[in-house]
Design a protein. Structure first.
Length: 243
């Protein structure tokens, strides 16, 4: 029989080699777990279950091939759960706000999409305030209002263009540490040093300080006084009569 997935074919081999009733029960359970996760087709699952039932009278009491290795094989074919934002409107607003900010020179911004610019905006904010960016990919994606694939694509593209430098920190036998991102473009570094305060990840969602323009304030103050007396009568001056 030809199976639709490699996981189903592997389970068929293990079920055929099983010699214990407990092993068959465990393998049948793994079959239907594979169906739930989308790794095994329902038609293949029905065939594997019936094959296990036919094997049951032939199974003896001694332990046979266990299905621990098959569990890893099935889990390898489980698709990654797609991360979805609980508030798409808020994510869209964050992406547009960060993507439209001028934290990059114009000749660098033109190489990236709106979502990619939002990712680089967060990285620039971390570099401006801490000298580097070591945030996890999932956190950058959540703050920028994009998916983790967009973050990974942005990092690969920026490194290819020579705009950033990524230092990996593997740990043998343990979970790897987050990558360290530095800005490699001298023009970009000069831009964020001379430019306004970049967005900081720990400030997103809080009340941002209001940018005050001295020229605008002086203009409004001067012309506001004129507008105040525009629709009202001018103040009356009382003349003191000489004795």
């Amino acid at each position: 029989r030809t199976f639709a997935s490699e996981a189903a074919a592997a389970l068929y081999i293990v079920i055929g080699a099983a010699t214990g009733s407990d092993d068959l029960d465990r393998l049948v359970s793994q079959v239907w777990q594979g169906v739930v996760h989308g790794a095994i087709d329902e038609g293949d699952a029905d065939f594997l279950q019936s094959f296990a039932e036919r094997r049951r009278p032939l199974a003896c009491g001694r332990r046979g091939v266990c299905g621990r290795g098959v569990a890893k094989l099935v889990s390898r074919f489980v698709p990654r759960q797609r991360a979805r934002s609980h508030d798409r409107q808020a994510s869209r607003e964050r992406r547009r706000t960060l993507g439209g900010s001028a934290v990059m020179p114009p000749n660098l911004r033109c190489h990236y999409t709106e979502g990619q610019r939002a990712v680089l905006c967060l990285i620039a904010g971390e570099v401006k305030h801490h000298g580097l960016c070591d945030l996890p990919i999932d956190k950058i994606a959540a703050l920028a209002g994009v998916c983790r694939t967009t973050v990974q694509t942005t990092l690969h593209e920026a490194r290819r263009l020579g705009h950033i430098k990524i230092t990996e920190r593997p740990q043998p036998g343990r979970k790897n540490l987050t990558n360290i991102v530095h800005i490699a473009s001298a023009e970009w570094l000069t831009w964020i040093k001379r430019g306004p305060a970049a967005h900081r990840p720990d400030r997103i969602g809080s009340n941002s300080p209001k940018m005050v323009s001295p020229t605008k304030s002086t203009y409004e103050k001067r012309h506001g006084e004129k507008e105040q007396w525009k629709d009202s009568a001018p103040p009356q001056t009382r003349w003191k009569r000489r004795a």
